[in-house]
Design a protein around this ligand. Structure first.
Ligand code: NAD
Length: 485
């Protein structure tokens, strides 16, 4: 493996904690060469909207492994999140966040907590496709793909095997989102069968998050979609008491980025008091990833022993358990002095050599049979009274296309036919057209039927803001019903 990695010292406390981390790695005998790049605030202000220059991109792509200190993202001004840009551009599909308690040295109510959240990193509502469609309604598209879900789920099971974990819990909200979250859950159940040595279970995300806050010791590896993963990662880190200590990895097929979970802490920058543990833990994950498992073990065990011996930076200093409040540099020195020692109370770590780089193969695309059987046309309509029956009558009178109105919903609730007068209606109407609204099953239609319908709507001055085709896929309905349909 190439032994050059890319390093960014970032903003705020970034340079201090990166210097401490690199010094510890060097003392542990890690033989890596570094290319330093500038990212973050200064680069944003030079006019690079993503906070990174093209030259730095070249280095990132060449070296493939990136250890990144936190950066400050300027507010306003159309700046893009550097993290999101890097994740998406380099295909870092998996966000891995171990959360462990270190009681009594770092306070947590759950001393046995030791879990890892594996979060899908590229899709879901974070695809960033948002539109304002009417005066009152904005939308964000939730995209969930079969290959994207499959590889994150496989990654979670492979991670569990590589790191001697016993259970993988999938969290979704598929009781409501039957197609998007439903696909994720369905793939989880299928892939779990390939890993009989690992226990698998599914929880609805709301109760799952509640249990995570109340009984985190029951969880081991959790795999979930992007937004839920973002939220529960912070819950888990908070509950473990280790927000300032946690590292995270963003892993793709060829590239990987490692960083602390905290930000650039501008309030304490330049004071030599920041805790370098978050970035150090990220660096340990990086060393395991690239196969430097001996150094990773030596550093992590020395770090655990330092915590045990009570050498603590100000953020985790407690009168009862701490021995000395250290600066960033002193904390690094204490770790270096403990190389070769194991913690006595906290569980020491042991990494198996060579098992850490997880390769995930995405299965070949499976052809499906798609049948077009209708269209949902979204209208911006706000005639006085906003009476669904009035809109329904107008749409029923369209004659030119074989497609006929089946129902109208407003924010997903059926308001025509047979809606309730109590239902609140916005200016955003989803109107479903099929060839035979009375039939139990829809029949095939053509794209031309939709164009004819759209033309007639346009001639009658309807504002069509969007259309969604209704497909059946391999004979199964590929769209949701309206609430009350
Ligand atoms: P923050 O994590 O930087 O700070 C929150 C609090 O925790 C502060 O009181 C800070 O002093 C403390 N803290 C954080 N890290 C610490 C450490 N290592 N040692 C001791 N104390 C520490 O969060 P914030 O204040 O919301 O954000 C500050 C900046 O960081 C913002 O510009 C934000 O955009 C950025 N940020 C960057 C990343 C990243 O680069 N991955 C992540 C989160 C936030």
């Amino acid at each position: 493996m190439n032994n050059r990695i890319t390093i960014a010292k970032g903003d705020g406390i970034g340079p201090e904690i990166m210097d401490a981390t690199l010094r510890i790695m060097q003392a542990a005998g890690v033989e890596l060469e570094y290319d330093f790049i500038e990212i973050g605030e200064k680069v944003y202000h030079q006019g690079h909207k993503s906070g990174i220059t093209p030259e730095s991109w070249d280095l990132l792509r060449r070296n493939k492994i990136f250890l990144k200190a936190p950066i400050t993202t300027p507010q306003g001004g159309g700046y893009k999140s550097l993290n999101v840009t890097i994740r998406k551009s380099l295909g870092l599909f998996s966000n891995v966040r171990p959360c462990r308690a270190y009681t009594p040295y770092v306070h947590s109510n759950f001393p046995k907590m030791d879990l890892c959240i594996v979060r899908e990193n590229e899709e879901d509502l974070y695809a960033g496709i948002e539109h304002q469609q009417t005066a009152e309604v904005v939308q964000c598209l939730k995209l969930v793909s079969r290959p994207g879900s499959e590889r994150i789920i496989r990654y979670a099971f492979e991670y569990a095997r590589a790191y001697n974990r016993r259970k993988v819990t999938c969290m979704t909200k598929d009781n409501i989102m039957k197609h998007t979250d439903g696909l994720f859950h369905q793939l989880f159940d299928k892939i779990a069968l390939e890993y009989p040595d690992i226990i698998s279970e599914h929880r609805i995300i709301d109760i799952g998050a509640a249990l995570l806050a109340e009984r985190p010791e029951e969880f081991d590896v959790i795999v979930t979609l992007n937004l839920y993963g973002d939220i529960i990662s912070d819950i888990a880190a908070q509950v473990a008491g280790s927000v300032g200590l946690g590292g995270s990895a963003n892993i793709g097929q060829d590239f990987a980025m490692f960083e602390a979970i905290h930000g650039s802490a501008p309030d304490i920058a330049g004071k030599n008091i920041a805790n370098p543990s978050g970035l150090l833990n990220a660096a340990i994950m990086m060393l395991v990833h690239i196969g430097e498992t001996k150094a990773a073990e030596a550093i992590e065990n020395a770090w655990l022993k330092t915590l045990e011996d009570g050498y603590h930076t100000g953020d985790i200093f407690q009168r009862e358990t701490s021995f000395k409040k250290t600066s960033t540099e002193e904390f690094a020195d204490e770790i270096i002095q403990r190389f070769g020692q194991l913690p006595l109370d906290l569980t020491p770590v042991k990494y198996a050599a060579g098992r850490s780089h997880i390769n995930i193969k995405t299965s070949e695309p499976v052809p499906v049979t798609k049948q077009l059987e209708g269209v949902d046309i979204f209208l911006d309509w706000s005639e006085p009274g906003r009476n669904p029956a009035v809109l329904g009558k107008k749409l029923k009178s369209l004659t030119r296309s074989p497609l006929k109105l089946k129902m109208i919903t407003n924010r997903g609730v059926k308001v025509y036919p047979d809606g309730l007068p109590e239902t609140f209606c916005t200016d955003h109407w989803r109107c479903r057209f099929v060839a035979n609204p009375g039939a139990a099953k829809n029949t095939e239609i053509t794209h031309n039927d939709i164009i004819t319908l759209m033309t007639e709507l346009n001639e009658r001055n309807f504002d069509c803001i969007k259309t969604e085709n209704l497909y059946s896929i391999d004979g199964q309905r590929g769209y949701s019903l309206g609430q009350g349909e």
